[in-house]
Design a binder for this molecule. Structure first.
Ligand code: ATP
Length: 723
C-alpha cells in the first residue's frame, strides 16, 4: 500500500526563504576561483557585537537566530562538559550523568587520504518494536560491527564482522555525529580551500535524512528555534560560522546552492519553478568536472541565509510515503556551500582559495516488495535504485586497485556525474552509512555495509584550489625575499672575512651594482585588475629578478668558500706555529725562564751539570750525590720538593710502573710517571722526563723524613742514569 505524503517542510510559512535579491545566476559555478577584490563587498567575519546575544560565538549572526533557543553557537564549550572524553576527532566513549561510561561511538585508526567511512545504526523504530523484531547488530568496539546473520544456532553461518573509521551505536545523538564523524575536519578543510563532500548512504528508512537534517517536520514546526534534533547540516553551518569568525584576517564569500536529482532530472530546489524544469548537467573543460548549468547560487552573508537555503530546499524536495517510511526522500539532494576566501599573505599578496562542501542526502535503496511501491512511487524507486546501482558500481571499481584506472561509469547517472569529483578526484569525502539494526532489514544492512567497506578503500588526492597565477607570484616573491636575505647575509660575511668595514669596502659598490632590480611595486589591490599579459609580464619580471639573484647567490657562495678555505689554511698554520712554540717552551734546553738556566749553569759545577742533564753513561753517582747549594736553592724555588730529591722508592723496584715517589718534605714533586724503568738510558728522554718532573705539580707522597737530600738526589740521578 503506497500513499503519497505532503512534504513536512512545506508546512513552514514563517521561514524567510531566499531573498531573490541575493540569488545569483550561476552559469558555470562549481570550482572556478574567485577574483581578488572584485568590487563586491566580501563577507568578512567582522566583530558586529550585539550585547546580550546568546550567539556569542557568531558575531555575524542575525537577531532571529536568538530565538533558536540554546544554540551551540554561543556555548560550544557546553558540549565539552557532559561528558565527551577524548579528542573531537574520535573519542570513543561518553559519560552519562552518573559518570558511568557508556560506549556509543567506537573508532578505528584513520586511513589517511581514503574516503572516511562512518556507520550510524539507528534505534529500532516503533513498528519494529511492535513486531518484536530483533536487533541483529553487535558492537565489539574499535570501529567494528558484528552482524548476526546466522538465523539462530545450527545454521552453520558465522556472524559477519565489518570495520570502519567510526561506528555510532543507536544511543548516539545528533551532536555526536558532528563531533566524532570527522565532519568538523571536513568543514575546516573546506574553509582551507578543499572540495569536501559528506554523503549519507543506506536503505530507505535507515536514518539518512534524520542524520543530515533531523526528524521530519523539524523546520516546519519550529522554524527558527535550535533543537537537539537538528541534524548535521545545521550543526555544520554553525561550526562553519564559528570558524569564519575566528579567522578575522580572512575575507570570506559564502554562496550556496541546493539541487535534487529526481527521476534522473536535476531540479533546482532554490528555484524549482512551477514546471520544475530540469537543468542540464555539463562537462566543464576549465574546471575539468561536471556542473549543473544555470543552477542558482545564493549569497549567504550570514548564518540565517544558509539556514534559509536549507529550509527552502527541504520544502521543495520530493518526499513520499511508503510502507517503510512515512517521509521517504524520493530524490537525491545535494546542498553545496561554496567558500571563497582571500587571505593577506607575505609581500602584500592576497591568497585566494575556493573550497566547497557538499551535503548529499541520497534516496534510500528500496526493495519494492517490502515498500510495496507502485505507480509513481515505483517509478521513483526504480530510478533511485538504478542510480544507486551505478554509484555502487563506481565505488567498487574505484576501490579495486586493478580496475580503478580503467573506465569508471560516472556518465551512467546524473548522481555519479555530480559526485565524480568527491569519489575519485581531488576532494575529501566522508561517507555516513546508515543502517537499521532490525533483523527484518538484515540483507539491506549487509549490502550497505559491504558498499561502505568498499568505499573505505577508495583513495582521493585532496588538493587546495588556488589561483595558479597568484600561487606562482607568491612563491616567486617568497623565493626572491629568501634570496635577497641570503645574499645580503653573504655580502656582509664577505666584508667580515676581508676585514673591510662595510662603508669602505672597495667591492661593495660592485656587489651592489650586481644587485638585481626588483620589478616595480604593484598595488595588491590592483592585482586583480591586471589582465593576462600584464600578469605574465609581472611574473616574467619576478622570474628575471629571481634568476639574477640566484646568479649573484652562486657568485657570493663561491667567494665565500674561497675565503673560508684561505681562512682555514691560515688557522692551520697558526695552530702549527702555536704548537711549535709550546714545544719549545716545554723543552728543558730552552727553559721558559732563561734566567733560571743561566743561573743554574753559572752556579753549578759544570761537570755535575753535564752529568745530570747530558750524560747518562758517564754519570758518576758520587759526583751526583753532591748537590750544589745553588742548584738546590733554585730547585726549591721551583717547588721541586726541596729540590729535585727524587729517589726511587723501594716499591719502584718491585713495581717499576707504580710511580710512587717519596719526598723529603710534604711539598709536591714531579710526577713519577716520568720515570720509565724500562728506558734505554737515552739522555734526551732522560732530560725530557726530568723536565716533566720539574714542571708538573702532581700527586705525590711525602718522602720519608729520614731520607737525606743527597741520597734522594743521588738516587734520582742514578735512576735517571739507569734509564
Ligand atoms: N538515529 C535515529 N534516532 C531516532 N530516530 C531515527 C533515527 N534515524 C532515523 N530515525 C527515524 O526513522 C525514520 C526514517 O528516517 P529517515 O527518513 O531519516 O530515513 P531515510 O534513510 O532518509 O529514508 P529514505 O531513504 O526513505 O528517505 C524517521 O522518522 C526518523 O526520524
Amino acid at each position: 500500500m503506497v500513499t503519497r505524503t505532503n512534504n513536512p517542510y512545506k508546512t513552514s510559512s514563517t521561514s524567510k526563504g531566499v531573498s531573490p535579491s541575493r540569488i545569483l545566476n550561476n552559469k558555470e559555478n562549481s570550482s572556478s576561483t574567485t577574483q581578488i577584490h572584485n568590487g563586491r563587498k566580501p563577507l568578512r567575519a567582522s566583530p558586529k557585537k550585539r550585547s546580550g546575544s546568546p550567539n556569542q560565538g557568531f558575531t555575524n549572526v542575525k537577531q532571529p537566530i536568538k530565538s533558536r533557543g540554546s544554540s551551540p553557537a554561543g556555548s560550544s564549550d557546553s558540549y565539552d562538559i557532559l561528558g565527551y572524553k577524548g579528542s573531537e576527532y574520535g573519542s570513543v566513549e561518553r559519560l552519562d550523568d552518573e559518570n558511568n561510561i557508556r560506549r556509543i561511538i567506537t573508532k578505528s585508526d584513520d586511513d589517511g587520504d581514503n574516503i572516511n567511512v562512518v556507520v550510524r545504526v539507528r534505534p529500532l523504530n516503533d513498528k519494529e518494536k511492535r513486531g518484536s523484531d530483533k536487533c541483529v547488530i553487535q558492537f565489539p568496539g574499535n570501529g567494528q560491527l558484528l552482524v548476526d546473520n546466522t538465523g539462530g544456532s545450527g545454521s552453520g553461518q558465522k556472524p559477519k564482522l565489518f570495520s570502519y573509521n567510526v561506528v555510532f551505536e543507536p544511543a548516539a545523538i545528533q551532536e555526536d555525529i558532528l563531533q566524532f564523524s570527522g565532519m568538523k575536519r571536513l568543514i575546516e578543510m573546506s574553509v582551507e580551500g578543499y572540495r569536501c563532500t559528506c554523503f549519507c548512504y543506506g536503505q530507505t528508512g535507515s536514518g539518512k535524512t534524520h542524520t543530515l537534517t533531523g526528524p521530519p517536520g523539524l523546520f516546519g514546526l519550529r522554524p527558527s528555534s535550535y533543537s537537539d534534533e537538528h541534524g548535521l547540516i545545521f550543526r555544520s553551518f554553525l561550526y562553519l560560522f564559528q570558524l569564519i569568525k575566528q579567522k578575522s584576517d580572512v575575507h570570506f564569500i559564502l554562496k550556496a546552492s541546493y539541487l535534487e536529482i529526481y527521476n534522473e532530472k536535476v531540479i533546482d530546489l532554490l528555484n524549482p519553478g512551477s514546471a520544475r524544469k530540469p537543468l542540464a548537467v555539463r562537462w566543464s573543460k576549465k574546471a575539468r568536472g561536471f556542473f549543473v548549468e544555470n543552477l542558482f547560487t545564493v549569497d549567504c552573508e550570514e548564518l540565517d541565509d544558509l539556514i534559509a537555503v536549507l529550509e527552502e530546499g527541504l520544502r521543495n524536495r520530493a518526499v513520499g510515503r511508503h510502507n517503510m517510511n512515512d517521509y521517504s526522500s524520493r530524490s537525491h539532494t545535494i546542498l553545496t556551500v561554496y567558500i571563497s576566501s582571500e587571505q593577506p599573505a607575505e609581500n602584500g599578496v592576497f591568497l585566494s582559495r575556493s573550497g566547497k562542501i557538499n551535503f548529499v542526502d541520497l534516496a534510500g535503496s528500496e526493495m519494492t516488495k517490502k515498500t510495496q511501491s507502485e505507480g509513481k512511487t515505483l517509478e521513483e524507486a526504480n530510478n533511485i535504485n538504478k542510480s544507486l546501482m551505478v554509484l555502487g558500481y563506481c565505488i567498487s571499481s574505484l576501490s579495486d586497485q586493478k580496475r580503478k584506472n580503467s573506465h569508471i561509469p560516472y556518465r551512467d547517472s546524473k548522481l555519479t556525474k555530480l559526485l565524480a569529483d568527491s569519489l575519485a578526484g581531488n576532494g575529501v569525502t566522508l561517507m555516513i552509512a546508515c543502517i537499521s539494526p532490525a533483523k527484518f532489514n538484515i540483507n539491506e544492512t549487509i549490502n550497505t555495509l559491504r558498499y561502505a567497506a568498499r568505499a573505505k578503500k577508495i583513495r582521493t588526492k585532496p588538493v587546495v584550489l588556488m589561483d595558479p597565477r597568484e600561487a606562482l607570484i607568491l612563491s616567486l616573491k617568497r623565493e626572491v625575499t629568501v634570496l635577497q636575505n641570503e645574499n645580503e647575509h653573504l655580502r656582509s660575511a664577505l666584508r667580515v672575512y676581508s676585514g673591510v668595514p662595510r662603508s669602505s669596502h672597495g667591492d661593495s659598490s660592485d656587489t651592489d651594482k650586481r644587485k638585481p632590480v626588483s620589478p616595480q611595486h604593484v598595488d595588491v589591490e590592483k592585482l586583480g585588475e591586471l589582465d593576462g599579459p600584464q600578469l605574465i609580464e609581472l611574473i616574467k619580471l619576478y622570474m628575471g629578478e629571481n634568476e639574477s639573484l640566484r646568479n649573484e647567490n652562486v657568485d657570493l657562495f663561491t667567494s665565500r668558500e674561497m675565503l673560508q678555505r684561505d681562512h682555514e689554511v691560515v688557522c692551520r698554520e697558526n695552530e702549527r706555529l702555536l704548537k711549535k712554540v709550546e714545544e719549545v717552551n716545554k723543552s728543558p734546553l730552552i727553559p721558559a725562564r732563561s734566567a733560571f738556566s743561566a743561573e743554574v749553569l753559572n752556579l753549578a759545577d759544570s761537570d755535575s751539570t753535564s752529568n745530570i742533564w747530558n750524560s747518562s753513561s758517564d754519570s758518576n753517582n758520587e759526583q751526583a750525590s753532591r748537590i750544589p747549594a745553588s742548584i738546590e736553592k733554585e730547585l726549591e724555588k721551583r717547588q721541586i720538593g726541596n729540590g729535585p730529591f727524587l729517589r726511587r722508592h723501594k716499591s719502584w723496584d718491585d713495581k717499576p710502573k707504580t710511580k710512587i715517589v717519596k719526598m723529603k718534605s710534604n711539598k709536591s714533586i714531579g710526577n713519577s710517571q716520568s720515570h720509565n724503568t724500562s728506558g734505554t738510558g737515552n739522555s734526551t728522554s732522560t732530560k725530557r722526563r726530568f723536565s716533566m718532573a720539574n714542571n708538573k705539580n702532581v700527586k705525590s707522597k711525602s718522602l720519608d723524613s729520614s731520607t737525606k737530600k743527597s741520597d734522594v738526589f743521588g738516587s734520582m740521578i742514578s735512576l735517571v742514569d739507569e734509564d
